[in-house]
Design a protein around this ligand. Structure first.
Ligand code: HEM
Length: 375
């Protein structure tokens, strides 16, 4: 439903780099890619064209930066929320900066009111939320009317519909969880493709072949056909999982197999995703970027849970398909037109930013961009 919006943002991304690539400049790609994914998510989740690619100081981008560049106070609160949430409750502290939450609540409220008053309908996530607010279920949802009020107690919702507060919270979570994770994935992917030009060339050949087959048009089906692209993105998420650990709480006592350790009910557990992804037991020569680790044959050889970039179980990332799709559309848009390489400014070897909540390169990601050379 939202695919066309992704393609339009991808075209905008291409356009915004045209002159820079013509001059073969070295650029910081992380910020540009964050502006791309902010445009995508604001358009698909909020129905707002925020034009962050055209205007790097657009309001939406500034709030996005604020979320991911927390103050020291916010970092301490963040640590407390994972280690001692009771303290936060006692002190009535919120993990979210109140200016940020006020801005999003106001924006969502204004958007909903505008759409309801003017009867505006769009193919986006906000439309689905508005439907939930008005009717309590989506048109395609079976049996949703049967839900009782009790199910919603404490959630701010009623069986009759989603409250404005819940609606704003849902839209905000999409924004928060959706843009930095995807742009970080694209950033690390372009880095690896610059360090491994042969892989970049093989990927570009696949992209061009599939696009030609689809009359030069980037469609949902065309992206699905790009199997090497899928392997490259999977390998990027292995080496650089944007969320490098997962949090869980034991719902019942659990004995760790082959040890004497028993985790009591209620114990909070950190699952070291990046530790598993870089363990030579599961991925020989883990520092080597090798998309073939994700061939069907290689995947069968590993335990399913040693690859967790989107988490697992009932709380697995709800935006997984959307995140992968926007990452792939961004990469296809760029690689079909431009080529990337390392420059003196490129951080090799790569260092991570120790203060960042989401895995990020320290000092940004500087790459040289040029127009694609025709073969
Ligand atoms: C490459 C991109 C992305 C990555 C690597 C990623 C990764 C993750 C991870 C690791 C989790 C935690 C899962 C767990 O605890 O088992 C998560 C949760 C979540 N993600 Fe994503 N994500 C991405 C894109 C997105 C997008 C685009 C959206 C929304 C449009 C999104 C929305 C969410 C939400 C709402 C949750 C919480 C789900 C829940 O707790 O039930 N994510 N994501």
């Amino acid at each position: 439903m939202m695919f066309q919006r992704l393609v339009e943002c991808g075209d905008e991304l291409k356009l915004c780099l045209e002159n820079i690539a013509g001059r073969g400049e070295v650029i910081e790609v992380k910020d540009i890619l964050a502006r791309f994914s902010t445009d995508v998510i604001s358009s698909c989740a909020f129905g707002i064209e925020c034009n962050c690619l055209k205007n790097e100081n657009a309001e939406f981008r500034q709030w996005g930066r604020k979320i991911f560049q927390p103050s020291i106070g916010q970092i301490i609160i963040g640590i407390l929320s994972n280690t001692a949430p009771v303290v936060l409750d006692k002190l009535k502290l919120s993990t979210l900066d109140s200016d940020v939450s006020k801005y999003f609540r106001k924006m969502v409220q204004e958007t909903v009111e505008y759409r309801e008053m003017n009867n505006v309908k769009r193919n986006d996530f906000m439309q689905l939320l508005i439907q939930l607010k008005q009717k309590g279920s989506l048109d395609s949802e079976q049996g949703a009317e049967d839900r009782s009020d009790e199910e919603f107690s404490g959630t701010g919702e009623t069986a009759d519909g989603l409250s404005m507060n819940s609606l704003a919270a849902q839209a905000f979570v999409f924004f928060f969880a959706g843009f930095e994770t995807s742009s970080t994935t694209m950033t690390f992917c372009l880095y690896e493709l610059s360090v491994n030009p042969d892989i970049q060339e093989r990927l570009r050949t696949e992209i061009n072949t599939v696009l030609e087959k689809h009359d030069g048009k980037l469609s949902y089906e065309a992206v699905q056909e790009m199997s090497y692209l899928d392997k490259v993105v999977s390998e990027t998420l292995r080496k650089y999982p944007p969320l490098s650990s997962l949090m869980r709480q034991c719902s019942k006592p659990y004995k760790i197999p082959e040890t004497d350790i028993v985790l009591d009910k209620g114990t909070r557990v950190v699952i070291p995703v990046i530790g598993l992804h870089l363990d030579p037991k599961f991925y020989p020569e883990p520092d080597r970027f090798d998309p073939e680790r994700f061939s069907e044959e290689e995947k069968q050889k590993r335990h399913h849970y040693v690859y967790l970039p989107f988490g697992e179980g009932p709380r697995i990332c709800i935006g997984m398909r959307f995140g992968l799709m926007q990452t792939k559309v961004g990469l296809v848009s760029l690689l079909s037109k431009y080529q990337f390489s390392v420059s003196k400014k490129t951080p090799v070897p790569l260092m991570f930013d120790a203060k960042s909540f989401i895995l990020a390169p320290a000092g940004g990601m500087w790459l040289q961009i040029e127009n694609r050379r025709m073969k």
